[in-house]
Design a binder for this molecule. Structure first.
Ligand code: SIN
Length: 293
């Protein structure tokens, strides 16, 4: 992994726009680049307009936000998601009985795999990939099971001007087929005839912040459209290594009843399955997004 050293300070110099003070919530940054813990809020109670606006702003400014010590029912979890848009139905993953929008996130000693073990942006193979994901963890291993999040704004900004120019206007194919086929058979999930695939710009512009973000990920992206295969493989391999640089990351240590809410339009994440044979379990509500542009 490159250290991204420069000869005149760091090659990636992060500058954050001046944030207005928050009045309804507290916001404690995990790093200057990504991640903040939100306090002064009980998600089991109705939220006022100012609180909701400030959560939107905290997400836009920090890309992923965390809430501790929350005690919410499945209905409250779903209702919180709906504050940010219509809810997304996962094309493959199991859900709680009768609640198709409440995805099960679970791994224990008998699991063949855990969710999200490789770097990815959720369901980027959809034509309109999810805007955000809200994960509520209810049972934690005694240690481990952290989730890593990486800023794709920072990854874009840290590319050379030459590379930004090369990628400008290029698209890549994202495919769910190899990711999802057979993967949830242990839950009794029957495969669909086909899983989503979509072509998206490699550099997308965030519809709320107007910032550019790198939008390829090791999980779903298969090839760059319109260039020879060997060139596509080499460029994607460089972009994945670059996007996964620890300079762009924060790492969230879960406790029981914590919630993470990340913006898939500018964040990739990876869940660590370092806690086997312990159990980690929770639910994810996913909010629909737009076609990347
Ligand atoms: C996922 O939604 O990709 C899983 C993340 C996690 O379990 O931390």
């Amino acid at each position: 992994m490159s250290s991204l050293r420069g000869n005149n300070g760091p090659r990636y110099k992060h500058t954050a726009a001046e944030s207005a003070p928050y009045e309804a919530i507290t916001v404690d940054k995990l790093t200057p680049i990504i991640g903040a813990e939100i306090g002064g809020i009980d998600l089991a109670k109705p939220l006022g307009n100012r609180t909701i606006d400030e959560i939107h702003r905290a997400l836009a400014e920090n890309l992923v936000i965390f809430f501790r010590d929350q005690h919410i029912t499945p209905d409250q979890h779903l209702a919180f998601g709906r504050l940010f848009g219509d809810l997304h139905l996962h094309p493959a993953a199991p859900h709680e009985p009768g609640l198709p929008e409440l995805m099960i996130i679970h791994a224990d000693k008998d699991s063949p795999r855990a969710n999200g073990e490789g770097w990815h942006s959720d369901v980027s193979c959809d034509l309109e990939p999810p805007m955000g994901s809200i994960l509520y963890i209810k049972e934690c291993p005694p240690v481990g099971g952290d989730t890593l999040f990486a800023s794709m704004y920072a990854a874009y900004e840290a590319l050379s001007d030459r590379m930004k120019g090369y990628l400008d206007g290029l698209t890549a194919l994202h495919d769910g087929e190899q990711v999802y086929r057979g993967i949830y058979a242990n839950y009794g999930v029957k495969d669909k005839p086909a899983y989503p695939r979509a072509e998206h710009p490699i550099i997308r512009t965030h519809p709320v912040t107007g910032k550019k973000a790198l939008y390829v990920n090791r999980g779903f992206t298969r090839r760059i459209v319109g260039v020879p295969r060997d060139e596509s493989d080499a460029i994607l391999s460089y972009l994945y290594d670059h996007a996964e640089n620890s300079l762009f990351q924060c790492r969230f240590k879960w406790r029981t009843n914590s919630i993470a809410f990340w913006d898939n339009r500018c964040v990739q994440h990876r869940a660590m399955w370092d806690y086997w044979p312990a159990t980690r379990t929770g639910n994810r509500v996913t909010v629909k997004g737009d076609k990347p542009a």
